[in-house]
Design a protein around this ligand. Structure first.
Ligand code: CP
Length: 309
């Protein structure tokens, strides 16, 4: 497939056939993970800047691993060690990075819209690694790739996204992606952590976990994003864990062979019980492995594109 997009800002930009092309490319890179030497020269001489203005373990490391396995040169810039701490604007930071002529910039930023801000000003590919509560497209791509590996077709499956929906860019991107692939999406959260706009989303919304989990094929747990919450949304963390923390009693209400997912980082004992996180149905570490191959696929497609948007 001729790749037309310069930037990846959210999964809403992608058609279903483009998502399938990403999966197919990631599938080809998966075979590479089994080899003793996991490196190919595909992106030799190309460079990627990883600009992470918020903390990250999985996304940053997997983009770094993905770039290096394709022989690209990867360079990391964190907020704490950048001139953002001296008051430099995002625009000046972006233009400075562009002057170093990278082929792609992967950006994570606390502001919704930061990735678009860069994409509108830079010639190189811009890949959104999470912007505020807006979008986390590469997480949604790796999540659906993980389910695609399990089931083949996701169409017709029922998937519950559970937890802090209001502050979650993962939930927003996954709602779009899972609908695109034909899944039925349920959301469950306390009323204070469910965004009012959910009324117009293509989902079924619940505030009772015992109802929400009945008959589902997969549960995606979300981290409580305490750093993004205003005071007073949750009176008591223990009460939240008791009412909305996923445990075995909920899994007993779901479909047999229900898959359990979490984008990480997990608060064990809060949004998910530790036993479930480590159980046979858990795909948490499969999601991490999928993150490497799907990000290899994305770097390959965005950095070798010849099309016009
Ligand atoms: N899922 C996710 O984005 O994890 P990190 O914050 O560790 O990158």
């Amino acid at each position: 497939m001729k790749w037309l997009h310069k930037d990846l800002l959210d999964v809403s930009q992608l058609s279903k056939s483009e998502v399938m092309a990403i999966f197919e490319t990631a599938g080809r890179f998966q075979e590479l993970q089994e080899r003793p030497v996991k490196k190919v020269p595909t992106l030799k001489g190309r460079s990627v800047i990883l600009f992470f203005a918020e903390p990250s373990t999985r996304t940053k490391t997997s983009f770094d691993v993905a770039g290096k396995r394709l022989s690209a040169d990867t360079f990391s810039l964190a907020k704490s060690s950048s001139s953002l701490t001296k008051g430099e604007s995002l625009k000046d930071t972006a233009l400075t990075l562009q002057a170093m002529a990278p082929d792609a910039i992967v950006i994570r930023h606390w502001c919704s819209g930061a990735a678009r801000f860069l994409a509108d000003r830079l010639d190189c590919a811009v890949i959104n690694a999470g912007d505020g509560r807006h979008a986390h497209p590469t997480q949604a791509i790796l999540d659906s790739f993980t389910l695609h590996q399990e089931w083949g077709d996701i169409a017709g499956k029922t998937i519950l996204i559970l937890g802090d929906i209001a502050h979650s860019r993962v939930a927003r991107s996954n709602v779009v992606m899972l609908n695109k692939l034909g899944a039925k999406v349920r959301l469950c959260a306390p009323r204070t952590l469910m965004p009012p706009a959910v009324k117009s989303w293509p989902v079924q919304a619940y505030s009772d976990l015992n109802e929400a989990v009945k008959g589902v094929d997969a549960v995606m747990c979300l981290r409580l994003q305490l750093e993004r919450q205003k005071d007073g949304l949750l009176p008591d963390l223990r009460e939240y864990a008791r009412t909305f923390g996923l445990g075995q009693k909920h899994i007993d209400l779901a479909n047999p062979d229900v898959r359990i997912m979490h984008p990480g980082p997990m608060n064990r004992g809060v949004e998910i019980s530790s036993d479930l996180a480590d159980s046979a149905g858990s795909l948490v570490l499969d999601q991490v492995s999928s993150g490497v191959v799907t990000r290899m696929a994305l770097l390959f497609l965005y950095m070798t594109r010849k099309g016009e948007e």
